[in-house]
Design a protein around this ligand. Structure first.
Ligand code: NAD
Length: 245
């Protein structure tokens, strides 16, 4: 089930957290996986059976070179997982347009460019999975600047699904809620984890592997009739909370 044998997959931001779990899972499912990240993870990548190329996804030339390397190494490109992102917590009252533009460039514009470059190389069709966020679809105090960039990803996912569908390329998004990763722990400590024990219907914070499982399905041919969707993988938090009012 969800076999990826022979697939050529590029995943960004896989030096840690959700990306790292996803790279390992996709590799175990049989894919050839090339990781692009600004953080060097060549050693870990080799241990996982993946390869690594230093890539800043906000630089279009570097992103294109990453995809070219996949074409050279694997002879094709089947799947792109746009997972890399930068984040921080800032109240709207202290909004900073320069900082928000930086989030937008790294998180959203990289996805736009990555999808364009991937579509040009997916000669036999393929799948793109964009990692968005619950904060891109719902108000989230402190996450306004970052959330705007994630909302843009959800929008671009839908339009790309329409335009690339006739080329045989499926485009979907996964929106995590709270996930225990280095990024989240650095920002939230254990506060989010404790809050989700109460707020999330499934009574716990997500783990990177929970998101990796959803990406795996959407990347596989088993999701062959799924496109344009934004899949919340959040323990049910997007639906509501368990707190009775
Ligand atoms: P993480 O910090 O553990 O991983 C992010 C990775 O992206 C890092 O390896 C980092 O080096 C890389 N990166 C950052 N800027 C880059 C750039 N310009 N070019 C290339 N790589 C770059 O974070 P994570 O929590 O695993 O996040 C993964 C994805 O999940 C992100 O898109 C994030 O927005 C999303 N997300 C996370 C949560 C959560 O609770 N952890 C919730 C919602 C969405």
């Amino acid at each position: 089930m969800f076999d990826l044998t022979g697939k050529s997959i590029v995943i960004t931001g896989a030096a840690s957290g959700i990306g790292a779990a996803t790279a390992q899972r996709l590799r175990k499912a049989g894919a050839q996986v090339l990781i692009g990240d600004i953080t060097d993870c060549a050693e870990s990548a080799a241990q996982w059976g993946c390869t690594f190329r230093h890539t800043d996804v906000s630089d279009a030339d570097q992103f294109a070179a990453l995809l070219d390397e996949a074409m050279e190494r694997h002879g094709r490109l089947d799947v792109l997982v746009n997972n890399a992102a930068s984040a921080g917590v800032h109240d709207m009252a202290e909004a900073d347009a320069e900082r928000a533009a930086r989030y937008y460039r790294i998180n959203a514009l990289s996805v736009l460019v990555g999808m364009r470059e991937a579509a040009r190389r997916m000669e036999r069709g393929g799948a793109i999975v964009n990692v968005a966020s619950l904060s891109g679809a719902r108000g989230t105090p402190g996450w306004g600047e970052y959330g705007m960039s994630k909302a843009a990803i959800i929008s671009a996912t839908q339009t790309a699904a329409l335009e690339f569908g006739p080329l045989g390329i499926r485009v979907n998004a996964v929106s995590p809620g709270g996930v225990a990763t280095p990024l989240s722990i650095a920002i939230n400590g254990d506060a989010l984890s404790r809050a989700l024990e109460v707020l999330a219907p499934l009574g716990r914070e997500g783990q990177p592997e929970d998101i990796a499982a959803a990406v795996h399905f959407l990347a596989s041919d088993d999701a062959g009739y799924v496109t344009g969707q934004n899949w919340f993988v959040d323990g049910g938090w997007s639906v509501g909370t368990t707190v009775q009012t």
